[in-house]
Design a protein around this ligand. Structure first.
Ligand SMILES: [Zn+2]
Length: 366
């Protein structure tokens, strides 16, 4: 049975009111209630928030320096203030932190745009969905702009996670876009970290490292095979495999490269700790392989910090006889990385990136 919710309507308040009036008593450390937003080509702004979030909407007429602005304040603090360039009648969209513990989404229109504030209403259509129709807006040239997944289900606690992870738009995942290497010449061992009873790191919403890296690894293998590279996976299911056999496989098949794929976790599951890092143990080739993978993974992980390529003494890269790298694809416990690692689309992008890094490295191998 579906529960019916009465519709909530928030009238726009004229701007220039002292912002301090609206400071809520919410703890400043709570994360933003804004989970996803999009401004569509028909001039309708859609929002997804945490369930039951209380929003305030404002209107400001154009003045000498700026065009008409409409903004919405959300409880909870934005981690990463940012600006997005608008299209058509929209000059810019800003996501900011007007004061501690708040998130503000500002839509600024071009100077010539005029709207009647009486006709603008922010309407709650479900406990976590909102709509603001910019009635009277000339929509010529307006392209869809947005962040986060509007269709996802908002739980009370995690609604706020998605938006902090910027999306790479229009990313082409296609093996024809991967570097070419001589077919049949190379063999690579892909090692999905952990497995079976050993889940590795466990993050937001119970995301398990061992599942994440197995999915990525299998896809890396497919991408490489599509380019004529022979691949051995150290595990292809949720089995617990000790470290020496992983190394043993690679040394026995005389692989040209060994790549162990992991996801990180921070102690005490700190949401603010995010980032990509790749380890090698020794040798210029191991370093090159690691650098190549690190760069590609960073390219598909916007907003996630570059923790660099570093020397590490991990067993699997220390005891393998060939150039070896251990890549940490992000923190399952992190606010930026965690929700992304939980999506199959991002894992596919990561797989593509790792395969690209490996192939670029192989291109340089004589
Ligand atoms: Zn691991």
């Amino acid at each position: 049975m579906a529960r019916a919710y009465s519709s909530r309507v928030v009238s726009l308040i004229a701007g220039l009111l002292p912002i301090v009036f609206f400071c809520s008593a919410l703890p400043s450390k709570s994360a933003s209630a804004l989970a996803a937003w999009a401004l569509d080509t028909d001039g309708v702004l859609q929002l997804r928030t945490s369930v039951g979030a209380k929003l305030e909407a404002f209107f400001q007429s154009p003045d000498l320096s700026k065009g008409l602005r409409v903004w919405i304040d959300f409880p909870g603090e934005l981690i990463r203030p940012r600006r997005l360039r608008g299209t058509g009648p929209v000059k810019e969209i800003r996501l900011g932190k007007p004061s501690e513990g708040k998130t503000r989404l500002v839509v600024e229109f071009n100077p010539q745009i005029l709207l009647d504030p009486q006709r603008l209403k922010l309407i709650g259509t479900s406990p976590d969905r909102w709509k603001l129709s910019f009635v009277g807006l000339p929509t010529k040239g307006l392209r869809r702009i947005g962040e986060g997944d509007l269709t996802a289900f908002s739980s009370r606690r995690w609604a706020n996670r998605n938006i902090e992870a910027p999306q790479t738009l229009n990313f082409k995942i296609n093996s024809s876009a991967l570097p070419m290497v001589q077919r049949g010449k190379f063999r690579v061992v892909i090692d999905p970290g952990h497995g079976g009873p050993d889940p590795g790191a466990v993050g937001i919403n119970g995301v398990r490292e061992s599942d994440v890296v197995l999915d990525i690894s299998i896809q890396v293998a497919r991408f490489l095979e599509s380019k004529g590279v022979k691949v051995n996976l150290t595990r292809t299911s949720e089995v617990d495999l000790d470290l020496p056999p992983r190394v043993g496989i690679a040394n026995r098949v005389r692989a040209d490269a060994f790549i162990s794929i992991h996801a990180n976790a921070s102690r005490n599951k700190k949401l603010k700790v995010n980032g990509i890092e790749t380890f090698y143990f020794s040798g210029l080739r191991g370093l090159r392989l690691s650098q190549s993978i690190q760069q590609e993974v960073l390219n598909v992980s916007p907003g996630s910090p570059d923790r660099g390529v570093r020397r590490g003494r991990f067993f699997v890269i220390r005891r393998t006889n060939m150039p070896a790298a251990l890549v940490e694809t992000g923190f399952v416990t992190g606010q930026i990385d965690g929700p992304r690692l939980a999506t199959s689309y991002h894992r596919r992008k990561l797989a593509f990136a790792i395969a690209k890094g490996i192939l670029s490295y192989l291109q340089g191998v004589r």
